[in-house]
Design a protein. Structure first.
Lengths: 400, 400
């Protein structure tokens, strides 16, 4: 027989030992990074992302990003945005609707223009330029939300504007990505099917943001009626997974569905506070998301002066265009809130990585560009938490 | 461009839409099965398993068992046994140590003999007969635990005996499976490496059951010291995943590690009650385990009189030998408790399926035998909850 020490008979059947080991290592690394950064007074999520860089293929190689880790990362950001939705009342979101629309719109137009310009300056083909532009567009609201939760300011006007703008942002990003994919595949875009996709996305958001929340306002007992659960926890989680899956199926980010589900459940909070029950899921899953982002970094490709220069340029353009666009859109909120919104929209996180991956599959983003876009996503993500922390701290502290 | 309606651009990159949809469907189906069975006064977990049969490849084909579902199922039974460990004090387990040893031992010897006899009667080769015997050995303590939790009798003497016996049972099952794999591969067993595996397993269990619990008794604040967590939840979950992974790596079932981790954390409960925080994870993951078991059933293969007859025979032998063995071992607990222990050890659940899968890979278990062993695992699992419920009900009710 083969040595059972290295081929455990029961476990070998489903490779369960290795998957459990990976999940253990990821969670442990995340929390060690968190611990370290808390001790040196820095944002915990930056520590978790850097822990991902450390255990990922670039450095220690302890964990390979695979399907299981991706699913846990996705559930991480899904539960993160579900939590954010739970803290968001649709009424409060409406109050900032106009500002959110401007922030989302201008925060997409400027980065798109900036990304396209980089492509043209670099002498890339149009399809490639459009992909770079699309990768610069979408904000990772998961990162910003985590920072805002951490700072305890999720219910401020600026935070609500960011959340509303993130929905606008995601719909526009979806449209631009569809255009980019179309250009890469056939050199053109079929306006008819694009219109269908957009209409579907708008209908989805409107239906659940308005109809869904109203249903829950009127019949809050819906979540308590099933006998399979003594509390509204599982009905709420099923709603969250259902809307996340549906959003993903129609081409939106899954987190938009999770956010809408959270807002629906928020309307029933007077009847049964649910945060306490969700918080263990919110503690368990999101670390996988932050570590996963870190494991995507390929430090090897970046050890090249030309690539580093390009990375610096792309990062500056990405940060500056998004900041200025969002800040312009948020000016009606006053000087300080506009700054918070501008900074809060800067992180690209997972979305830029996903867009770069699609471009790479489509053959219009080469290895260097892929590494640069991933690097930009991480860099914008790591930059923002300390800045945001200074901006939302009480003025006297911020000056000190 | 391709129609974005069916190939959502953002989601396509990681197939996230389909995975989220699967997870949503599994959880929804589990809870609908649960709901239905609660309403008709039957055990919820039977409803969840049958929901798995319904949505699995055999019937509706909504969900294919794949790696992600397997991982969620594994975490389901890991959190289940972690929960059981949380409810178990090492001191209480010691009190039933002798009985547990007898129950575990006799509960393995008789089913093994019975399974081997079936193989011989059927005219199978020795390697195949040993595999059938090994598949009949291991109890699925997850199923029994879920029923005992449901009935609120997890801390009775009979329940503790079942838990202790499950540890003994799993170590013996691991040895037998190693023997079976050795026979199938090379016709022989290398006693030296087998001894190493067994010693390692015993050392692992002894080290954490005795040393681990003592460490926690003396330094219960260990779980609260990290700054990354305001509560002991994440340190406890990391311990659970770590011991589960370690157990799987040395060839034991992952759930043995999770159970030991739960027992360690249980020693700190006076300082900080942790059940409330674990319960959402305990509510979320185990349904994936029960549904997964159901999806493994292949009803198609069973539509054959010869196969059905063999299934009936194997199920009767599996149930009878385990019941008699465990009952004999538990006689010192008194008549009623011995019956509870005997019935409680009968379910084979996932373990029989895993053994059959290994035998199939090794080429000594054909498709018919595989379907029969899976069928036996499910049948013994579905039989037990109603029986156990009658047995642990107050005597007057049980008679009525």
């Amino acid at each position: 027989m083969t040595c059972a020490l290295f081929q455990p008979p029961l476990a070998a059947a489903i490779g369960v030992a290795d998957v459990l080991t990976d999940l253990f290592l990821v969670l442990l690394a995340a929390k060690l990074g968190d611990e370290l950064f808390k001790r040196i007074g820095q944002p915990a999520l930056v520590g978790e992302i850097l822990a991902g860089v450390a255990i990922g293929p670039s450095l220690l190689g302890l964990v390979e990003p695979g399907e299981v880790l991706e699913v846990f990362a996705e559930l991480g950001v899904v539960f993160l945005l579900f939590w954010v939705g739970l803290e968001t009342k649709i009424g409060e979101l409406r109050e900032v609707g106009r500002a959110a629309l401007f922030v989302g719109g201008l925060g997409v137009v400027l980065p798109f223009a900036g990304g396209f310009a980089i492509g043209v300056v670099q002498g890339e083909e149009t399809a490639t330029s459009v992909f770079i532009a699309a990768a610069l567009v979408a904000t990772s609201v998961g990162i910003t939300s985590a920072v805002l939760i951490d700072l305890g300011v999720l219910r401020t006007r600026a935070a609500r504007t960011i959340l509303g703008a993130a929905v606008v942002d995601d719909i526009l990003a979806m449209i631009l990505l569809a255009v980019a994919v179309g250009l890469a595949a056939s050199g053109g875009v079929e306006l008819g099917s694009l219109a269908v996709v957009v209409a579907l996305a708008l209908a989805f958001v409107a239906f659940f943001a308005l109809g869904g929340t109203q249903l829950m306002q009127r019949r809050p007992q819906l979540l308590k009626e099933p006998r399979f659960s003594e509390s509204p926890l599982l009905p709420a989680v099923i709603l969250c997974l259902g809307l996340a899956a549906l959003a993903a199926q129609i081409g939106l980010a899954a987190i938009i569905g999770a956010f809408l589900a959270g807002m629906m459940v928020a309307e029933t909070k007077e009847q049964h506070p649910i945060e306490e029950e969700i918080s263990p899921l919110y503690a368990f899953f999101p670390p996988f998301f932050f570590v996963f982002i870190g494991t995507e970094v390929d430090l090897g490709t970046l050890v090249d002066l030309g690539t580093l220069a390009l990375l610096a340029a792309v990062t500056v353009v990405a940060a500056a265009t998004k900041f200025v666009g969002a800040w312009l859109g948020a000016r009606e909120l006053g000087r300080r809130d506009a700054l918070v919104v501008g900074a809060g929209m800067v992180p690209r996180g997972e979305v830029g990585i996903i867009v770069a991956g699609i471009g790479s599959t489509a053959g219009v983003i080469d290895a260097q560009l892929f590494a640069v876009i991933v690097g930009m996503s991480i860099a914008t993500t790591l930059l923002v938490p300390p800045v945001l922390r200074r901006l939302v701290a009480p003025p006297e502290e911020a000056v000190a």
